[in-house]
Design a protein around this ligand. Structure first.
Ligand code: NDP
Length: 331
């Protein structure tokens, strides 16, 4: 295995934004390991994707306890990558993981109890060969566990040194407001929210962004390319090496509708006019409002990371571009 020497100029290629009212800056493009880091992808491919990301100034890698396949395998592989490439760069990285979806059998391996969250993070740390994570998330709201218990567990996780910061994911506006206030009172501010957000999925504009602004909480938007739809790769069918072909569970062919493709084709014309790819336009758009700290992409090839990271060099979005995008989305 060749020794990894990161690109000298990596920090000149990326932009960093402050996460809410915290001291932490995040790259405007972050890399998620949900797909392509389990046991179906060669270690060398994973390594090339991670190295390419860091060489472009992407300092934030996002994981979760049950990313795989099988569950836990992505964290286990990440531990191997840590040993191979990252130990001497640990302080240059922001590593996150989560718990909140099903992880192990029985009543204690799912949802939002103190018992589940603390045990799960302890297992995650072992798999990743880390002594702490930078951000630990509760992965989804749990209507049956008192929010006080879940937030109390997050507070304890920070105080015990297992995580430096905490976040929540997939919470609606009202529960986000309650969570932020509870954590503030406990003395562990809510750093960040991780919702889905893209040109084709704008639910956060319905109240959540306002709450995040009011509460001064950062936001990392996951799936800003809508699983790859917003790259234009499905405009003339389903490529054999795409997510829709490989993993139809997560991108069902029937989700690639004619209506969406009409919008995508119109958006691609705008990207062409601006001299960039549709993926780059979609990322710039997701970041247009400062409330979104970072756009959290996935990648199956290093070249995708290179293309997506270059979104930061794109021409500023003008009022005219934004109006054209709204018109394209109304097609
Ligand atoms: P994206 O919307 O960015 O989709 C990524 C996929 O699109 C890639 O794997 C690749 O798939 C394709 N792609 C990316 N860039 C390009 C390009 N330039 N050209 C062509 N194809 C491209 O995000 P994901 O759905 O992967 O989610 C990103 C991250 O968000 C996850 O890894 C995870 O960390 C987080 N997440 C969090 C969730 C939560 O509940 N908190 C839920 C889901 C995700 P391919 O090449 O295989 O077609």
């Amino acid at each position: 295995m060749t020794e990894y020497v990161p690109a000298q100029d990596r920090y000149e290629k990326m932009r960093y934004r402050r996460c809410g009212r915290s001291g932490l800056l995040l790259p405007v493009i972050s890399l998620g390991l949900w797909h392509n880091f389990g046991n179906l992808t060669p270690f060398e491919t994973q390594q090339a994707i991670l190295r390419t990301a860091f060489d472009r100034g992407i300092t934030h890698f996002d994981l979760a306890n049950n990313y795989g396949p099988p569950y836990g395998e992505v964290e286990r592989n990440f531990g191997r990558h840590m040993d191979a490439d990252w130990h001497t760069h640990r302080n240059e990285l922001v590593i996150s993981t989560k718990a909140g979806y099903d992880m192990w059998p029985g009543p204690y391996g799912d949802h939002g109890s103190r018992k589940y969250l603390i045990a799960s993070l302890d297992e995650s740390l072992k798999r990743m060969r880390l002594s702490y994570v930078d951000i630990f998330y509760h992965h989804r709201p749990d209507p049956d566990t008192p929010l006080e218990e879940t937030m109390g567990a997050l507070d304890y996780i920070v105080r015990s040194g297992r995580a430096l910061y905490v976040g929540i994911s997939n919470y609606g506006p009202e529960e986000t407001k309650r969570a932020a206030r509870m954590l503030r009172e406990m003395g562990t501010p809510l750093l960040i929210h991780q919702p889905s957000y893209s040109m084709l999925n704008r639910w956060i504009e319905n109240g959540l962004t306002e709450v995040l602004r009011e509460e001064k909480v950062g936001c990392i938007a996951f799936a800003p390319l809508q699983n790859g739809l917003l790259t234009g790769k499905y405009l003339s069918g389903i490529p054999a090496d795409s997510r829709a072909a490989r993993d139809a569970r997560y991108l069902r062919p029937d989700a690639i509708t004619e209506e969406k493709m009409r919008k995508v084709a119109a958006l691609k014309k705008i990207a062409d006019r601006r001299g960039q790819t549709l993926a780059q336009l979609a990322l710039q758009w997701a970041l247009r409002d400062g409330v979104v700290t970072s756009a959290l992409i996935g990648a199956s090839k290093p070249q995708q990371v290179t293309e997506n990271a270059a979104a930061v060099q794109g021409p500023d979005l003008t009022e005219e571009d934004l109006a054209a995008i709204e018109a394209a989305l109304a097609e």
